[in-house]
Design a protein around this ligand. Structure first.
Ligand code: NAI
Length: 386
Protein backbone atom coordinates (compact mmCIF):
# COMPACT_ATOMS: atom_id res chain seq x y z
CA UNK A 1 0.00 0.00 0.00
CA UNK A 2 1.12 3.53 -0.80
CA UNK A 3 1.99 5.37 2.40
CA UNK A 4 3.69 8.59 1.35
CA UNK A 5 1.81 10.99 -0.85
CA UNK A 6 3.01 14.29 -2.25
CA UNK A 7 0.31 16.75 -3.30
CA UNK A 8 1.15 19.80 -5.34
CA UNK A 9 -1.28 22.71 -5.27
CA UNK A 10 -3.12 23.37 -2.02
CA UNK A 11 -6.18 25.09 -3.47
CA UNK A 12 -9.74 23.76 -3.51
CA UNK A 13 -8.87 20.33 -4.84
CA UNK A 14 -5.36 19.75 -3.45
CA UNK A 15 -6.40 20.54 0.11
CA UNK A 16 -9.47 18.28 -0.19
CA UNK A 17 -7.38 15.41 -1.59
CA UNK A 18 -4.86 15.90 1.24
CA UNK A 19 -7.69 15.55 3.76
CA UNK A 20 -8.89 12.33 2.10
CA UNK A 21 -5.41 10.78 2.02
CA UNK A 22 -4.53 11.85 5.59
CA UNK A 23 -7.84 10.52 6.90
CA UNK A 24 -7.05 7.17 5.29
CA UNK A 25 -3.74 7.11 7.18
CA UNK A 26 -1.27 8.26 4.53
CA UNK A 27 1.56 10.63 5.31
CA UNK A 28 0.91 13.64 3.10
CA UNK A 29 3.32 16.37 2.08
CA UNK A 30 1.31 19.27 0.69
CA UNK A 31 3.18 21.82 -1.43
CA UNK A 32 2.07 25.06 -3.04
CA UNK A 33 4.12 27.74 -4.80
CA UNK A 34 2.27 30.34 -2.71
CA UNK A 35 2.87 30.33 1.03
CA UNK A 36 -0.53 32.00 1.69
CA UNK A 37 -2.26 29.16 -0.13
CA UNK A 38 -0.61 26.65 2.21
CA UNK A 39 -1.59 28.66 5.26
CA UNK A 40 -5.17 28.93 4.00
CA UNK A 41 -5.27 25.18 3.39
CA UNK A 42 -4.12 24.42 6.93
CA UNK A 43 -6.59 26.84 8.52
CA UNK A 44 -9.45 25.55 6.43
CA UNK A 45 -8.63 21.91 7.23
CA UNK A 46 -8.56 22.66 10.96
CA UNK A 47 -11.98 24.34 10.65
CA UNK A 48 -13.40 21.39 8.74
CA UNK A 49 -12.05 18.93 11.32
CA UNK A 50 -13.52 21.02 14.16
CA UNK A 51 -16.90 20.95 12.42
CA UNK A 52 -16.63 17.17 12.10
CA UNK A 53 -15.98 16.96 15.85
CA UNK A 54 -19.03 19.17 16.56
CA UNK A 55 -21.14 16.84 14.41
CA UNK A 56 -19.78 13.86 16.33
CA UNK A 57 -18.23 12.34 13.20
CA UNK A 58 -14.65 12.28 14.55
CA UNK A 59 -13.01 12.53 17.97
CA UNK A 60 -10.43 15.15 18.90
CA UNK A 61 -7.74 12.42 18.82
CA UNK A 62 -8.86 11.66 15.27
CA UNK A 63 -8.46 15.34 14.41
CA UNK A 64 -4.90 15.32 15.79
CA UNK A 65 -4.13 12.17 13.84
CA UNK A 66 -5.43 13.56 10.53
CA UNK A 67 -3.79 16.94 11.04
CA UNK A 68 -0.56 15.24 12.13
CA UNK A 69 -0.50 13.22 8.90
CA UNK A 70 -0.12 16.36 6.78
CA UNK A 71 3.10 18.38 6.47
CA UNK A 72 2.82 21.72 4.74
CA UNK A 73 6.04 22.00 2.75
CA UNK A 74 7.59 24.92 0.92
CA UNK A 75 10.05 23.21 -1.41
CA UNK A 76 9.61 20.55 -4.06
CA UNK A 77 12.64 18.76 -2.59
CA UNK A 78 10.53 18.00 0.47
CA UNK A 79 8.46 15.68 -1.76
CA UNK A 80 11.47 13.47 -2.54
CA UNK A 81 10.28 10.39 -0.61
CA UNK A 82 6.73 10.42 -2.09
CA UNK A 83 5.57 7.11 -3.49
CA UNK A 84 2.77 8.85 -5.34
CA UNK A 85 2.45 12.47 -6.44
CA UNK A 86 -0.91 14.06 -7.20
CA UNK A 87 -0.83 17.45 -8.83
CA UNK A 88 -3.78 19.81 -8.45
CA UNK A 89 -2.23 23.04 -9.71
CA UNK A 90 -3.51 25.51 -12.29
CA UNK A 91 -5.16 23.93 -15.38
CA UNK A 92 -2.35 24.71 -17.83
CA UNK A 93 -0.57 21.99 -19.80
CA UNK A 94 2.85 23.66 -19.97
CA UNK A 95 2.88 24.49 -16.26
CA UNK A 96 1.89 20.92 -15.36
CA UNK A 97 4.52 19.47 -17.71
CA UNK A 98 7.20 21.74 -16.28
CA UNK A 99 6.26 20.69 -12.74
CA UNK A 100 6.47 16.96 -13.55
CA UNK A 101 9.80 17.47 -15.33
CA UNK A 102 11.21 19.09 -12.21
CA UNK A 103 9.73 16.45 -9.92
CA UNK A 104 11.10 13.47 -11.85
CA UNK A 105 14.60 14.66 -10.96
CA UNK A 106 13.68 14.71 -7.27
CA UNK A 107 11.69 11.53 -6.60
CA UNK A 108 12.54 7.83 -6.90
CA UNK A 109 12.23 5.85 -10.11
CA UNK A 110 9.15 4.09 -8.76
CA UNK A 111 7.09 7.16 -7.91
CA UNK A 112 3.71 7.44 -9.58
CA UNK A 113 2.82 10.77 -11.18
CA UNK A 114 -0.91 11.51 -11.04
CA UNK A 115 -2.77 14.52 -12.38
CA UNK A 116 -6.13 15.78 -11.17
CA UNK A 117 -6.73 17.61 -14.46
CA UNK A 118 -10.34 17.94 -15.63
CA UNK A 119 -9.71 18.76 -19.26
CA UNK A 120 -6.13 18.08 -20.37
CA UNK A 121 -5.08 14.80 -21.93
CA UNK A 122 -3.10 12.54 -19.63
CA UNK A 123 -1.04 11.41 -22.63
CA UNK A 124 0.22 14.96 -23.15
CA UNK A 125 1.12 15.41 -19.49
CA UNK A 126 2.85 11.99 -19.37
CA UNK A 127 4.80 12.68 -22.56
CA UNK A 128 7.40 14.85 -20.77
CA UNK A 129 8.37 12.11 -18.32
CA UNK A 130 11.33 9.77 -18.89
CA UNK A 131 9.04 7.01 -17.68
CA UNK A 132 5.55 7.96 -18.85
CA UNK A 133 4.23 4.52 -17.91
CA UNK A 134 4.14 5.76 -14.30
CA UNK A 135 1.77 8.64 -15.13
CA UNK A 136 -2.01 8.46 -14.75
CA UNK A 137 -5.06 10.68 -14.29
CA UNK A 138 -6.73 10.57 -10.86
CA UNK A 139 -9.70 12.91 -11.14
CA UNK A 140 -11.49 13.84 -7.92
CA UNK A 141 -14.74 15.80 -7.68
CA UNK A 142 -15.36 18.90 -5.63
CA UNK A 143 -15.51 18.75 -2.63
CA UNK A 144 -13.08 15.82 -2.65
CA UNK A 145 -13.78 14.62 0.92
CA UNK A 146 -17.53 14.40 0.23
CA UNK A 147 -17.81 13.19 -3.33
CA UNK A 148 -17.53 9.41 -3.54
CA UNK A 149 -16.39 9.15 -7.14
CA UNK A 150 -12.87 9.27 -8.51
CA UNK A 151 -12.26 8.81 -12.23
CA UNK A 152 -9.03 6.97 -12.96
CA UNK A 153 -7.63 7.70 -16.38
CA UNK A 154 -4.83 5.58 -17.80
CA UNK A 155 -3.08 7.23 -20.75
CA UNK A 156 -1.84 5.24 -23.75
CA UNK A 157 1.57 5.18 -22.04
CA UNK A 158 0.33 4.05 -18.59
CA UNK A 159 1.36 0.57 -17.41
CA UNK A 160 -1.05 -1.99 -15.98
CA UNK A 161 0.96 -1.86 -12.76
CA UNK A 162 0.48 1.90 -12.39
CA UNK A 163 -3.24 1.50 -13.07
CA UNK A 164 -3.54 -1.21 -10.44
CA UNK A 165 -1.67 0.80 -7.80
CA UNK A 166 -3.83 3.84 -8.52
CA UNK A 167 -7.08 1.85 -8.25
CA UNK A 168 -5.98 0.08 -5.06
CA UNK A 169 -4.88 3.33 -3.43
CA UNK A 170 -8.08 5.22 -4.23
CA UNK A 171 -10.24 2.30 -3.08
CA UNK A 172 -8.33 2.10 0.21
CA UNK A 173 -9.16 5.80 0.60
CA UNK A 174 -12.84 4.79 0.57
CA UNK A 175 -13.73 6.09 -2.88
CA UNK A 176 -15.64 4.52 -5.76
CA UNK A 177 -13.40 4.20 -8.80
CA UNK A 178 -14.55 4.56 -12.40
CA UNK A 179 -11.87 3.67 -14.94
CA UNK A 180 -12.18 5.79 -18.04
CA UNK A 181 -10.34 6.24 -21.34
CA UNK A 182 -8.19 9.34 -21.78
CA UNK A 183 -10.84 11.24 -23.76
CA UNK A 184 -12.25 14.78 -23.38
CA UNK A 185 -14.41 15.28 -20.28
CA UNK A 186 -13.71 11.70 -19.13
CA UNK A 187 -17.13 10.32 -18.03
CA UNK A 188 -18.86 12.93 -15.92
CA UNK A 189 -17.95 16.12 -17.76
CA UNK A 190 -18.92 14.48 -21.04
CA UNK A 191 -22.10 12.62 -20.11
CA UNK A 192 -23.50 15.55 -18.06
CA UNK A 193 -23.32 18.06 -20.93
CA UNK A 194 -26.97 17.69 -22.09
CA UNK A 195 -28.24 18.46 -18.57
CA UNK A 196 -27.06 22.01 -19.21
CA UNK A 197 -26.97 22.17 -23.01
CA UNK A 198 -30.43 20.77 -23.75
CA UNK A 199 -31.99 22.82 -20.95
CA UNK A 200 -30.36 25.97 -22.31
CA UNK A 201 -31.68 25.13 -25.74
CA UNK A 202 -35.23 24.59 -24.45
CA UNK A 203 -34.98 27.99 -22.78
CA UNK A 204 -33.53 29.68 -25.87
CA UNK A 205 -36.32 28.26 -28.03
CA UNK A 206 -38.78 29.93 -25.67
CA UNK A 207 -40.44 26.65 -24.69
CA UNK A 208 -40.22 27.48 -20.99
CA UNK A 209 -38.50 29.85 -18.57
CA UNK A 210 -35.60 28.77 -16.38
CA UNK A 211 -37.73 28.25 -13.28
CA UNK A 212 -40.09 25.94 -15.16
CA UNK A 213 -37.22 23.85 -16.55
CA UNK A 214 -35.63 23.62 -13.09
CA UNK A 215 -38.97 22.63 -11.59
CA UNK A 216 -39.51 19.95 -14.27
CA UNK A 217 -36.10 18.34 -13.68
CA UNK A 218 -36.48 18.35 -9.91
CA UNK A 219 -40.10 17.33 -9.58
CA UNK A 220 -40.23 14.70 -12.33
CA UNK A 221 -36.60 13.59 -12.37
CA UNK A 222 -35.68 13.84 -8.72
CA UNK A 223 -32.56 15.88 -9.47
CA UNK A 224 -31.43 17.78 -6.37
CA UNK A 225 -30.92 21.00 -8.30
CA UNK A 226 -32.35 22.15 -11.59
CA UNK A 227 -29.90 22.84 -14.45
CA UNK A 228 -30.08 26.63 -14.14
CA UNK A 229 -29.71 26.56 -10.36
CA UNK A 230 -26.74 24.26 -10.84
CA UNK A 231 -25.12 26.44 -13.53
CA UNK A 232 -25.49 29.45 -11.19
CA UNK A 233 -23.97 27.37 -8.40
CA UNK A 234 -21.00 26.14 -10.47
CA UNK A 235 -20.52 29.57 -12.04
CA UNK A 236 -21.54 30.41 -15.59
CA UNK A 237 -17.92 31.22 -16.47
CA UNK A 238 -16.67 27.79 -15.36
CA UNK A 239 -19.61 25.82 -16.73
CA UNK A 240 -19.37 27.63 -20.08
CA UNK A 241 -15.62 26.97 -20.32
CA UNK A 242 -16.06 23.24 -19.64
CA UNK A 243 -18.70 23.04 -22.41
CA UNK A 244 -16.53 25.01 -24.83
CA UNK A 245 -13.48 22.85 -24.06
CA UNK A 246 -15.42 19.62 -24.58
CA UNK A 247 -17.00 21.01 -27.81
CA UNK A 248 -13.61 21.94 -29.27
CA UNK A 249 -11.97 18.71 -28.10
CA UNK A 250 -14.67 16.70 -29.90
CA UNK A 251 -13.89 18.46 -33.17
CA UNK A 252 -17.00 20.61 -32.87
CA UNK A 253 -19.55 17.84 -32.53
CA UNK A 254 -22.89 19.74 -32.45
CA UNK A 255 -24.03 17.63 -29.48
CA UNK A 256 -21.77 19.73 -27.26
CA UNK A 257 -22.43 23.15 -28.82
CA UNK A 258 -22.16 25.88 -26.16
CA UNK A 259 -24.95 28.40 -25.69
CA UNK A 260 -24.84 32.11 -26.49
CA UNK A 261 -27.17 32.80 -23.60
CA UNK A 262 -24.68 31.42 -21.13
CA UNK A 263 -21.73 33.03 -22.91
CA UNK A 264 -23.35 36.46 -22.64
CA UNK A 265 -24.06 35.94 -18.92
CA UNK A 266 -20.41 35.04 -18.37
CA UNK A 267 -19.27 38.06 -20.40
CA UNK A 268 -21.58 40.34 -18.44
CA UNK A 269 -20.18 39.05 -15.16
CA UNK A 270 -23.49 37.42 -14.25
CA UNK A 271 -21.67 34.38 -13.01
CA UNK A 272 -24.33 33.06 -10.65
CA UNK A 273 -24.30 32.80 -6.88
CA UNK A 274 -20.77 34.14 -6.54
CA UNK A 275 -21.80 37.49 -8.10
CA UNK A 276 -25.37 37.35 -6.71
CA UNK A 277 -26.72 37.32 -10.26
CA UNK A 278 -26.87 34.71 -12.98
CA UNK A 279 -29.96 33.02 -14.39
CA UNK A 280 -31.52 34.05 -11.10
CA UNK A 281 -31.04 37.16 -9.01
CA UNK A 282 -29.81 36.31 -5.52
CA UNK A 283 -30.08 39.78 -3.99
CA UNK A 284 -32.50 40.05 -1.12
CA UNK A 285 -35.98 40.92 -2.29
CA UNK A 286 -35.15 40.36 -5.98
CA UNK A 287 -38.00 39.26 -8.23
CA UNK A 288 -37.28 35.98 -10.04
CA UNK A 289 -39.17 34.11 -12.76
CA UNK A 290 -41.82 31.75 -11.47
CA UNK A 291 -42.28 28.17 -12.58
CA UNK A 292 -45.27 27.37 -14.75
CA UNK A 293 -46.30 24.20 -12.94
CA UNK A 294 -47.95 22.64 -15.93
CA UNK A 295 -47.37 18.90 -15.71
CA UNK A 296 -47.72 18.25 -19.45
CA UNK A 297 -45.09 20.86 -20.29
CA UNK A 298 -42.83 19.61 -17.49
CA UNK A 299 -43.06 16.05 -18.82
CA UNK A 300 -42.01 17.18 -22.31
CA UNK A 301 -39.05 19.10 -20.91
CA UNK A 302 -37.96 16.29 -18.61
CA UNK A 303 -38.27 13.60 -21.32
CA UNK A 304 -36.20 15.66 -23.75
CA UNK A 305 -33.36 16.37 -21.34
CA UNK A 306 -33.38 12.82 -19.95
CA UNK A 307 -33.28 11.13 -23.35
CA UNK A 308 -30.37 13.34 -24.42
CA UNK A 309 -28.51 12.37 -21.23
CA UNK A 310 -29.26 8.68 -21.83
CA UNK A 311 -28.04 9.03 -25.43
CA UNK A 312 -24.78 10.53 -24.19
CA UNK A 313 -24.27 7.74 -21.66
CA UNK A 314 -25.09 5.06 -24.25
CA UNK A 315 -22.71 6.65 -26.74
CA UNK A 316 -19.90 6.72 -24.16
CA UNK A 317 -20.47 2.98 -23.79
CA UNK A 318 -20.59 2.55 -27.57
CA UNK A 319 -17.13 4.18 -27.84
CA UNK A 320 -15.88 2.02 -24.96
CA UNK A 321 -15.02 5.03 -22.82
CA UNK A 322 -15.92 3.07 -19.69
CA UNK A 323 -18.04 0.10 -18.59
CA UNK A 324 -21.83 0.43 -18.11
CA UNK A 325 -21.37 0.06 -14.33
CA UNK A 326 -18.70 2.75 -14.22
CA UNK A 327 -20.75 5.13 -16.38
CA UNK A 328 -23.75 4.79 -14.05
CA UNK A 329 -21.64 4.99 -10.89
CA UNK A 330 -19.91 8.08 -12.22
CA UNK A 331 -23.18 9.99 -12.58
CA UNK A 332 -24.72 8.92 -9.27
CA UNK A 333 -21.53 9.28 -7.22
CA UNK A 334 -19.76 12.10 -9.06
CA UNK A 335 -22.69 14.47 -9.62
CA UNK A 336 -25.42 12.95 -7.42
CA UNK A 337 -27.83 11.98 -10.19
CA UNK A 338 -30.86 10.24 -8.68
CA UNK A 339 -30.33 7.20 -10.91
CA UNK A 340 -27.70 5.88 -13.28
CA UNK A 341 -28.57 6.91 -16.84
CA UNK A 342 -28.24 3.43 -18.33
CA UNK A 343 -30.39 1.96 -15.56
CA UNK A 344 -32.85 4.77 -16.31
CA UNK A 345 -32.81 3.77 -19.98
CA UNK A 346 -33.70 0.18 -19.01
CA UNK A 347 -36.51 1.48 -16.84
CA UNK A 348 -37.95 3.72 -19.55
CA UNK A 349 -37.37 1.08 -22.21
CA UNK A 350 -34.78 1.24 -24.99
CA UNK A 351 -37.62 1.54 -27.50
CA UNK A 352 -38.87 4.68 -25.72
CA UNK A 353 -35.37 6.19 -25.91
CA UNK A 354 -34.96 5.48 -29.63
CA UNK A 355 -38.45 6.79 -30.44
CA UNK A 356 -37.93 10.02 -28.47
CA UNK A 357 -34.56 10.66 -30.08
CA UNK A 358 -35.91 9.98 -33.55
CA UNK A 359 -38.79 12.38 -32.90
CA UNK A 360 -36.30 15.11 -31.97
CA UNK A 361 -34.17 14.29 -34.99
CA UNK A 362 -37.19 14.41 -37.31
CA UNK A 363 -38.27 17.73 -35.89
CA UNK A 364 -34.90 19.50 -36.04
CA UNK A 365 -32.92 17.54 -38.65
CA UNK A 366 -29.77 18.28 -36.69
CA UNK A 367 -26.90 15.90 -36.06
CA UNK A 368 -27.15 16.86 -32.40
CA UNK A 369 -30.19 14.60 -32.06
CA UNK A 370 -28.75 11.50 -33.75
CA UNK A 371 -29.51 8.36 -31.78
CA UNK A 372 -26.45 6.44 -30.61
CA UNK A 373 -25.89 3.22 -32.60
CA UNK A 374 -25.67 1.52 -29.20
CA UNK A 375 -29.33 2.26 -28.44
CA UNK A 376 -30.49 1.40 -31.93
CA UNK A 377 -28.62 -1.90 -31.94
CA UNK A 378 -29.87 -2.84 -28.48
CA UNK A 379 -33.41 -2.01 -29.46
CA UNK A 380 -33.19 -4.31 -32.46
CA UNK A 381 -31.81 -7.10 -30.31
CA UNK A 382 -34.31 -6.33 -27.52
CA UNK A 383 -31.51 -6.07 -24.97
CA UNK A 384 -31.16 -4.05 -21.78
CA UNK A 385 -28.03 -2.52 -20.22
CA UNK A 386 -28.22 -4.47 -16.97
P1 NAI B 1 -7.19 26.35 -7.18
O1 NAI B 1 -6.95 27.60 -7.94
O2 NAI B 1 -8.15 26.34 -6.04
O3 NAI B 1 -5.78 25.81 -6.61
C1 NAI B 1 -4.61 25.72 -7.39
C2 NAI B 1 -3.41 25.90 -6.47
O4 NAI B 1 -2.24 25.58 -7.20
C3 NAI B 1 -3.23 27.35 -5.97
O5 NAI B 1 -3.12 27.36 -4.57
C4 NAI B 1 -1.93 27.83 -6.66
O6 NAI B 1 -1.18 28.70 -5.82
C5 NAI B 1 -1.22 26.51 -6.89
N1 NAI B 1 -0.29 26.54 -8.01
C6 NAI B 1 -0.48 27.08 -9.24
N2 NAI B 1 0.60 26.84 -10.01
C7 NAI B 1 1.47 26.12 -9.26
C8 NAI B 1 2.75 25.56 -9.51
N3 NAI B 1 3.36 25.70 -10.69
N4 NAI B 1 3.36 24.88 -8.52
C9 NAI B 1 2.74 24.74 -7.30
N5 NAI B 1 1.55 25.26 -7.01
C10 NAI B 1 0.90 25.93 -7.98
O7 NAI B 1 -7.58 25.25 -8.28
P2 NAI B 1 -8.49 23.94 -8.12
O8 NAI B 1 -9.90 24.28 -8.36
O9 NAI B 1 -8.08 23.25 -6.86
O10 NAI B 1 -8.01 23.07 -9.37
C11 NAI B 1 -6.76 22.42 -9.41
C12 NAI B 1 -6.76 21.35 -10.50
O11 NAI B 1 -7.82 20.43 -10.25
C13 NAI B 1 -6.96 21.85 -11.92
O12 NAI B 1 -6.21 21.06 -12.79
C14 NAI B 1 -8.47 21.64 -12.13
O13 NAI B 1 -8.78 21.50 -13.49
C15 NAI B 1 -8.67 20.36 -11.37
N6 NAI B 1 -10.04 20.11 -10.88
C16 NAI B 1 -10.80 21.11 -10.34
C17 NAI B 1 -12.09 20.84 -9.86
C18 NAI B 1 -12.92 21.91 -9.25
O14 NAI B 1 -14.13 21.72 -9.14
N7 NAI B 1 -12.36 23.01 -8.81
C19 NAI B 1 -12.65 19.48 -9.95
C20 NAI B 1 -11.74 18.49 -10.45
C21 NAI B 1 -10.50 18.82 -10.94
Amino acid sequence: MIEKIGIIGSGTMGSGIAQVAATAGCKVSLYDSKREALQRAEQSLLKILDRLIEKGRISSEEKQRIHGNISYVETLDALSDSEMLIEAIIEDLEVKQELFQKLQKIVSKKTIFASNTSSLSIASIASVLKSPKRCIGIHFFNPAPLMKLVEIVPAVQTSEKTLKIAIDTIEVWGKTVAVVKDTPGFIVNRVARPFYGESLRIFEEGIANVATIDWAMKSLGGFRMGPFELMDFIGNDINYTVTETVFEAFYYDPRYKPSFTQKRLAEAGYLGRKTAKGFYNYKEGAVNPEADENVGLAQKIFDRVLVMLINEAADALFWRIASAEDIDNAMTKGVNYPKGLLAWADEKGIDWCVTKLDELYDEYREDRYRCSPMLRRMNKEQKTFF
